[in-house]
Design a protein around this ligand. Structure first.
Ligand code: NAD
Length: 255
């Protein structure tokens, strides 16, 4: 039997703010040491707040997840400082709204690079460390309901395609690493309140109303609505659950 302790060290990409930071808090609340990776320079401050609030070890590293070597180096540093990561949450992600006929090669590549390449590079470093140490682990990729439905009214084909790929990457790695006791799942949130969505809804409250009109539970998700699912996936409570994408969207995709 393989065992994954929820108190194993965790890495959270995109952990400086938004859903990543909130989910790092949830893991820390269960006793995990956490390492936050982000391009934002205040990622170290975010880590310090987690230590102050939950009393666990937390480090924040400025790392661009699109840089494979930088991600690998960060995992080596994290293993030395807080132990080999046994939990991975990939929340680093970007979205760009644009008509597809106007999308440049650079814009397309940036979205794919952060959302898909970045997820892969983090997972690769995570798997490499666990396989070398002979340890089990659990990875949770933050995909999106946009990987299985097409949002309206905004156009975001690059984001939608990248998130579909993230979910299938999770299934692929789950099969590849299952025998080693490494589980890989993805979560697909619907519309959640975060820094990412605030930039749109604050400028355009009518847009938020339009989104909410399509959500059966009648509100956007709060970051805390993801805590139970992610701590479940990170823990032994989900020991036989791997290779799945779990949609958490207030019922959006049910209608
Ligand atoms: N908010 C939503 O409604 C929603 C819904 C579904 C999925 N998601 C996904 O959840 C994840 C978190 O989104 P959020 O809403 O909290 O957004 P956010 O913009 O608040 O947070 C994303 C974080 O990723 C970091 N980041 C961006 N590019 C990076 C890079 N190259 N390297 C390292 N870090 C990088 C940002 O600095 C930021 O801290 C994203 O993957 C997003 O696609 C969000």
């Amino acid at each position: 039997m393989t065992e994954v302790s929820l108190t194993g060290p965790a890495v959270v990409t995109g952990g400086a703010r938004g859903l990543g930071y909130s989910l790092a808090q949830a893991l820390a609340a269960q006793g995990s040491a956490v390492a936050l990776l982000d391009i934002l320079p205040d990622v170290a401050d975010s880590a310090a707040r987690i230590t102050a609030e939950y009393g666990v070890r937390a480090i924040g590293l400025v790392v661009d997840v699109t840089d494979q070597d930088a991600v690998a180096s960060a995992f080596t540093q994290i293993a030395a400082e807080i132990g080999t990561p046994q939990i991975l949450l990939t929340a680093a992600g970007i979205t760009v709204w644009n008509d597809s006929v106007d999308v440049s090669a650079a814009e397309w590549r940036r979205v794919m690079s952060v959302n898909l390449d970045g997820t892969f590079f983090a997972a690769q470093a995570f798997g490499r460390g666990l396989l070398a140490a002979g340890l089990p682990g659990s990875a949770v990729f933050v995909a999106s309901m946009s990987g299985s439905i097409v949002n309206v009214p905004q156009f975001q084909a690059s984001y939608n395609a990248s998130k579909a790929a993230v979910a299938h990457l999770g299934k692929s790695l789950a099969v590849e690493w299952a025998a080693a006791g490494i589980r890989v799942n993805s979560i697909s949130p619907g519309y959640f309140l975060s820094d990412m969505t605030a930039q749109f809804t604050e400028q355009n409250p009518e847009l938020a109303r339009e989104w909410v009109s399509r959500i059966p539970v009648g509100r956007m998700g709060q970051p805390g609505d993801l805590h139970g699912l992610v701590t479940f996936l990170a823990s032994d409570a989900s020991s036989y659950l791997t290779g799945q994408d779990l949609v958490i969207d207030g019922g959006y995709t049910a209608i």
